[in-house]
Design a protein around this ligand. Structure first.
Ligand SMILES: Nc1ncnc2c1ncn2[C@@H]1O[C@H](COP(=O)(O)OP(=O)(O)O)[C@@H](O)[C@H]1O
Ligand SMILES: N[C@@H](CCC(=O)OP(=O)(O)O)C(=O)O
Length: 269
């Protein structure tokens, strides 16, 4: 259930397709808008956490590679270069609004180990207590499963749900290149209809959700459904919305209905 008046801590996840152009270069306009809005909401009193993909795509573009690398070691190299570039841009842009950011890179092993999980939780808590916006990505140098497209966190959609649980967030917003979950992949079926609210994940919902829609995205809707399951199990509402829509984070905190809400019950939306 989402009661927008009770939402204080928000995890926002942005995918590669939102952050970059088709050629892999940074979509500066979108990133600036995202940073400005997150900073503004942080100033309003929300506690914001950003889960950002894009390391491989941005790194590949920076290295002058004509397409996303396929060899695993090259993907890792691209991610290492791209993560640095991404944090440089975020640090610079957030600083324009007086907001400090921190980089947190995680692997599945870090989450399943009790001691490590506690350390991560403590770090998030201390950062948020001091008004810092944590920026999270998978540690692609060591967590190669995601890059090989086999199960690890699954991808950053799943990671964002894990982070939302870890931070005891009140809401997870996953920005995508599409308005939300449709009853079938709109790229394949132009008649597909947007689903506004999912209160239970069942086989029917899973069947609707297909794979990635672009060369830059990974996971598609399927991994967002996995993320939704993780959130709903913990009682955290999750929204999938279009990262290209201006002011959409404001609409969300104003309680306007946007995208697809995954929550057991709806109130205040
Ligand atoms: N039922 C569905 N509803 C909406 N999008 C779907 C569905 N099934 C598959 N997709 C695809 O999922 C894509 C979004 O995921 P993805 O490509 O991984 O990008 P990102 O990680 O940036 O969100 C959409 O562009 C769409 O083509
Ligand atoms: N960790 C990698 C891949 C992240 C990933 O899942 O990508 P996306 O589907 O765009 O959210 C990166 O930063 O490029």
């Amino acid at each position: 259930m989402l009661n927008i008046n009770e939402v204080r801590r928000i995890v926002v996840k942005v995918g590669t397709s939102t952050l970059t152009y088709e050629n892999g270069k940074l979509n500066i306009r979108r990133i600036e808008r995202l940073v400005r809005t997150i900073s503004d909401l942080q100033n309003q009193g929300f506690e914001m956490v950003l889960v950002s993909s894009g390391a491989v795509g941005v790194g590949a573009a920076k290295l002058g590679l004509s397409e996303r690398p396929t060899e695993l070691a090259m993907k890792q190299a691209a991610a290492a270069v791209g993560q640095c570039e991404l944090m440089h841009i975020y640090d610079k842009m957030f600083l324009e609004y007086g907001i400090n950011v921190a980089q947190i890179l995680l692997t599945r092993e870090n989450i399943v180990d009790d001691d490590q999980r506690e350390n991560i939780h403590n770090t998030f808590t201390a950062l948020m207590r001091t008004g810092v916006v944590p920026i999270v990505n998978e540690n692609d140098t060591v967590a190669t499963a995601e890059l090989k497209h086999i199960e690890n966190f699954g991808d950053n959609d799943t990671l964002s749900a894990v982070v939302a649980r870890m931070c005891e967030a009140d809401l997870l917003v996953i920005f995508s290149d599409i308005d939300g979950l449709y009853d079938s992949d709109p790229r394949k079926n132009p008649q597909a209809k947007l689903i506004r609210h999912v209160s239970r994940i069942d086989a029917k919902i899973r069947r609707m959700a297909g794979g990635a829609g672009s060369a830059h995205g990974t996971g598609g809707m399927a991994t967002k459904i996995t993320a939704a399951e993780l959130c709903m199990d913990a009682g955290i509402p999750m929204l999938v919305a279009n990262g290209d829509k201006q002011g959409i984070l404001y609409d969300i905190v104003d309680g306007k209905p946007v995208g697809t809400l995954f929550a057991r019950e709806v109130a205040g939306l």
